[in-house]
Design a protein around this ligand. Structure first.
Ligand code: AKG
Ligand code: FE2
Length: 342
C-alpha cells in the first residue's frame, strides 16, 4: 500500500500544480476549506487559527463574555497572537518529571520493543541505540508517549490541553513527541515544513524542561512574532517541505531566509532558559531551533510535543495508512507515525 502511494507520488511530483491539486484532494479537510474561503482574514494563504485572524480582538471579546475567560487567559491569548508563543512557568510537577527521567535513564538496561529514535545524521527512524546519544548527534527518542503513561500525563497536562483547546477551538490530538538528552543544534526552522497536517497552520507544539537548562546547553531559540511573516513557498506552492520534491537546496534557501528576514525586520533571537517544569508553547509557524551547544557535556533534557486539533489529521495518516489510528488517554486522543498499540 505504502509503496503504491510512494510510486504515484514520484510520478507526479515533478508537476507541482497537479501534485498540489491531488495532494489537496487526497488530504481533503473541511475546516481547512473554510479557512481557504476566508484567506483574506489571515496573514497566511494557508489559513490559520482564529488567533491569527484580523477579527481577533472582536472574537476574543466575544469569547471572554461567552466562556468567561480569565484576565490571565486573555493575556496569554494576546501574547500568542502577537509573539507566537506563551510560557507557563513551573507547570509540570517535579514528581512527574522525576518519574519520566527515571524511566528514560532505565532505557539502556531495557527498552520497549520497537522503540525508535531519529537524529540529524541518521537516515530516518532507527532502533533505539543509547550509544548514539551524544551532543553531536542530535538524537530524539520519538513518540515515547505510546509506551509511557508518565509521558502522556505530562504532554496532556490539563493547562497545556486547555490552552490548546482555546487556540484550536477543539480538543488537541497529540501526534508526535521528541525526547532530547542534549540540545538539538537544529537550525532555526518552522514546524509547518516538517510536521505536516491537512490544515497546515492548525498545529502547535510544547517544549517541556525536564531539568533546569544551563546557558550553552543548546537552549531553544526563537524569533518572536515570526509566525506572521510571509509564507515561504516550497516549489512555488507548498507550506511543507518534501526533500524528494523540493531538494535540499530549497531547504537551505528557506533556513537562510528565516535568519535574513529576522535581520531585515530587526528582530533579535530570544532564548528559553527554563527551570525544570517550565513549558513553552509555540505556534505552527514560529521560527525556532536549538542554539549551538557551547558548554561541554551539559545535558538539556527536554520533551517536545506536537498537536493538531480534532478534525485535522497528520499527514502520516495518509502516507502510512497503517498508522491511521487514534488512541485514548482519558477523554483525549493521541496518534503515532511510528508505533501501533495492540
Ligand atoms: O528542542 C529543540 O532544540 C528544537 C526542537 C524543535 O524544533 C521541534 O521539536 O520542533
Ligand atoms: Fe521545531
Amino acid at each position: 500500500m505504502r509503496s503504491i502511494i510512494y510510486r504515484l507520488k514520484r510520478l507526479i511530483q515533478g508537476n507541482h500544480f497537479l501534485y498540489r491539486v491531488l495532494f489537496n484532494l487526497a488530504t481533503f479537510n473541511v475546516d481547512y476549506c473554510k479557512q481557504l474561503l476566508s484567506t483574506k482574514s489571515y496573514p497566511s494563504r494557508f489559513g490559520g487559527m482564529w488567533t491569527d485572524r484580523s477579527d481577533f480582538p472582536d472574537k476574543l471579546h466575544l469569547k471572554q463574555q461567552r466562556l468567561g475567560l480569565s484576565q490571565q487567559e486573555c493575556d496569554d491569548l494576546h501574547q500568542w497572537r502577537k509573539d507566537g508563543y506563551v510560557i507557563f512557568e513551573n507547570l509540570i510537577s517535579h514528581d512527574l518529571i522525576d518519574q519520566l527521567v527515571q524511566e528514560l535513564e532505565g532505557l539502556p538496561q531495557g527498552h520497549p520493543q520497537g522503540l525508535l529514535m531519529t537524529g540529524a545524521k541518521l537516515e530516518g527512524p532507527q532502533p533505539y541505540a543509547p550509544e548514539l546519544i551524544t551532543p553531536a548527534n542530535s538524537i530524539r527518542i520519538v513518540d515515547y508517549y505510546v509506551f509511557s503513561e508518565t509521558a502522556r500525563r505530562i504532554l496532556l497536562d490539563s493547562k497545556i490541553v486547555n490552552f490548546m483547546k482555546m487556540v484550536f477551538e477543539a480538543d488537541p490530538i497529540l501526534t508526535q513527541s521528541l525526547n532530547f538528552q542534549y540540545g538539538s543544534g537544529q537550525p532555526i526552522h518552522q514546524d509547518t515544513a516538517y510536521v505536516i497536517t491537512n490544515s497546515p497552520q492548525k498545529l502547535a507544539a510544547v517544549w517541556i524542561a525536564l531539568e533546569d537548562v544551563q546557558p550553552g546547553a543548546g537552549e531553544l531559540a526563537y524569533y518572536p512574532g515570526s509566525h506572521h511573516w510571509d509564507d515561504f513557498l516550497f516549489s512555488k506552492y507548498f507550506k511543507h517541505f518534501d526533500e524528494e520534491r523540493d531538494g535540499k537546496e530549497q531547504e537551505k534557501i528557506w533556513l537562510d531566509w528565516l535568519n535574513e528576514e529576522a535581520d531585515r525586520r530587526g528582530i533579535k533571537k530570544a532564548t528559553f532558559l527554563p527551570r525544570k517544569g517550565d513549558v513553552l508553547l509555540w505556534h505552527a509557524s514560529l521560527a525556532h531551533g536549538g542554539s549551538p551547544i557551547t558548554a561541554q557535556g551539559v545535558t538539556r533534557k527536554s520533551l517536545v510535543g506536537h498537536y493538531c486539533p480534532q478534525g485535522v489529521r497528520p499527514l502520516y495518516h495518509y502516507y502510512k495508512p497503517g498508522q491511521r489510528k487514534f488512541y485514548r488517554h482519558g477523554s483525549l486522543q493521541y496518534s503515532s507515525a511510528y508505533y501501533t498499540r495492540p
